[in-house]
Design a binder for this molecule. Structure first.
Ligand SMILES: Nc1ncnc2c1ncn2[C@@H]1O[C@H](COP(=O)(O)OP(=O)(O)O)[C@@H](O)[C@H]1O
Ligand SMILES: [Mg+2]
Length: 390
């Protein structure tokens, strides 16, 4: 893994004489006391973290915890009071104006909560805005803009005005505008917080799809723990300008750093975070093709199950047979090939439990968890999905 962004001991204090405030923070005076005594707001206090290339790094925290201040430091819209910010090893805090302009035009782009579109420009002119600023000629920038609009699901909408689009679509334009410059790094400050819950969930999935294609390094801000855990490869939890914990959703869920985090994750819907690998059973009992029907029938009877998966020697999944079919086949002298079925769901180990519900409703068989060579890794019993036991 390559580190794309490294932040070291970053602080941002608003108001007069911020350096003096830093000293107060160092000796343990709290943010509230500082605000009361000096009038300075502590935005970010001594924060360090790394973001890997190609990951979605989510910063989550309550309103006022310093998320926006932090992300605005990353493109130097906020000048840090202290600390270093390395992009690919270069400290951008030291950049001069020209370097900064280049950075913002070519390397980094931001998507805002309230879309920030130009109301008097068409959708494609909005998407092409960054390219226009860079001096890319009209035909070329519109060609790129249309291509990106297609990526974000807005093919054919280029000639409309922003107000003709729904909120979700407007934010797609915001995303297209950010992507049009082909930046390495995308900064997204609560991009979906202004959207209706349904649209919002749709956009979360859409972002994951788009990320599969564009493979950017994304810093994504949210105050919503479900959103954070759904889209974050790793999540940093902020409180009072500090980072309280950094980890994968699973790490944070299974090992909350303190009571504050425990409270935060209490109402998370675990089905969104848990994956097949966390809830699957060892794939047994199984039968091999060569075992034959009588053996299969006996195995199902002794185990009290009504179907059984058939595998080959490498535990590659061949299919499934039911007890009813097996008994009939034995009577009729049929073979395993005559009754083996493929009518079951296979998923991989990373599949989220919430995505299993529709399958569990539809299928009459257990769900097979396989790897990319079709080796059976585990089994998920549909009843446990339906009953919410996993
Ligand atoms: N431009 C500013 N001037 C003064 N204080 C600010 C400014 N921006 C943010 N703050 C303060 O910094 C703290 C963190 O704010 P912010 O980063 O906006 O939080 P969040 O994005 O997590 O809601 C708050 O106490 C806020 O009042
Ligand atoms: Mg904010």
């Amino acid at each position: 893994m390559t580190v794309k962004i490294r932040v070291e001991n970053l602080s941002k204090i608003f108001g007069r004489n911020p350096k003096a405030v830093l000293k107060k923070l160092e000796i343990g005076i709290t943010k509230e006391e500082i605000l009361k005594k000096t009038g300075n707001a502590v935005g970010v206090n001594n924060v360090s973290f790394e973001v890997n290339e190609g990951e979605i790094f989510v910063v989550m925290g309550l309103s006022g915890s310093g998320k926006s201040t932090l992300i605005r430091c990353l493109n130097l819209l906020n000048k840090p009071t202290a600390g270093k910010i390395f992009f690919e090893g270069e400290d951008i805090v030291k950049y001069n104006k020209k370097q900064l302009r280049e950075l913002r035009q070519n390397k980094i782009a931001m998507v805002f909560q309230h879309f920030g579109l130009f109301s008097h420009r068409t959708v494609e002119d909005n998407a092409a805005y960054g390219l226009e600023v860079k001096g890319v000629e009209k035909e070329e920038r519109l060609r790129i803009a249309r291509e990106i609009l297609e990526t974000v699901g807005l093919a054919g909408w280029g000639k409309k005005m922003p107000h003709q689009l729904s909120g979700g679509m407007q934010q797609r334009v915001g995303l297209a505008r950010a992507l049009a410059n082909n930046p390495d790094i995308l900064l997204m400050d609560e991009p979906f917080s202004a959207l209706d819950p349904l649209i919002r969930r749709e956009m979360q999935l859409e972002l994951l799809d788009i990320q599969d294609t564009v493979q950017k390094t994304i810093v994504f801000i949210t105050h919503d723990v479900n959103e954070a855990f759904k889209i974050g490869d790793r999540v940093a939890v902020m409180k009072n300008g500090e980072i309280v914990q950094i980890g994968t959703p699973e790490e944070i869920l299974s090992n909350p750093a303190n009571e504050y985090i425990e409270d935060f994750i209490k109402d998370i819907d675990r089905s969104k975070v848990k994956q097949a690998k966390h809830v699957m059973f060892k794939p047994s009992p199984l039968i091999l093709h060569k075992d034959g029907l009588k053996f299969a029938a006996k195995e199902m009877e002794t185990q009290g199950i009504s179907s059984i998966f058939v595998v080959d020697r490498g535990r590659k999944l061949q299919g499934i047979i039911t007890i009813d079919d097996t008994i009939k086949a034995i009577k009729k002298g049929e073979k395993l090939e005559d009754i083996i079925q493929q009518d079951f769901f296979t998923i991989d180990t990373e599949t989220y439990i919430q995505d299993l519900l529709p399958m569990a409703i539809e299928t009459k068989f257990p769900i097979a968890v396989v790897n990319d060579t079709n080796k059976l890794e585990g089994i998920i019993v549909r009843a446990s999905v339906l009953s919410g036991l996993v």
